[in-house]
Design a protein. Sequence first.
Length: 370
Amino acid sequence: MRRSFLAALAGVVLLCTVSAASAAAAEAIAVAPEVVVRHADWVPLPVEEMKRAAGDAAFDRLTDAGRLRLEPGTTDGRLAVVIALVGPSETAGVTMTLDAGRRPTLVASATISVRGLDHAGIHRAFQHVGGEAADRLVAKLDLFEEAPAAPGRPYARPALGDPERRARFDAAHDAKRAERYAEARAAFEGVVDSGPKSGDTLAEMAADELRYGLPLYEARQALNTLGRIGGRSGARADATAVRLERAEHLYRQIRAENAGNSARIIEADRAIDEIQIARKALANALRAQGMSRVATVRMMLTQHVMMEGACPDLETIRALLPNDEGIARISLREDGVSSGRPGARAYQLDLAAGGEPVVLDCDRDGVRFR
């Protein structure tokens, strides 16, 4: 159905009012933090590492947003973080429960699939899901800042009329398309929270956006912007890796949070496969770039040997290559050169793309790959 101009304007005014109210009313809430891990036989990481990865990411997100103040031992509020592991599906879920003052109990959760990930990948996935749960909790806190409780009275969420809820739903879509994801998340949460308890189609659509539409859009946008990354090649590679990982985490989140929808699981799995292919292609391109730089280094070393009659020291090499991008580090190897000639040196070149280092042997006769 086509929106009227007034409905669109109402949505924009509504979101501006929400943001202004949130900024004015939001105060850091003192809470005592607690992190618990619930698992059966499947423990993908040491328990303490899981607590640090998911718990610290969640706490950092909440404190950075200025919404919570961690005070162990305080009785003013409590923030419980429960990490639940499900071995058969290889998923990890984080549920955050906030009890503070006159506010009602707030619960936010997020789930992610860690299937096929190595130790480092699982650690970063836990960080992602902890941060995602924290973002959803912030969205709920923003809702309650719209209408704080009167002194001495418990908070009761006011019901919104259908036109206002529809305007908020449309405004949430506008925020999503403008890549203002936190704003969109808060608006969708508002639609879910303000409707009747059952039989509410608008709330069902908003909830579906939270578990599927919004993360899917963000993941696709992260991949769509890869070609627009500028800067030096090393910086571009780092930025590309960050966006690929962000997109992969979002697809893993979609996979876990839509477990009953086989079409969405297949879609997420295919996207994860494509990201893996893109990551390998990036690594191959970076290694090719590194090997090109190795050839340049070898040529410069050869020229130095021909002109000076000796293999250069590290300071000389670094002066020749002050800002090399393809090579992360050049060092001398202690195992020497097989020729055993006086002044012979072996150089190890660690490539920025990783993988096996390259070793160049140098003596009076020239420079060779080992």
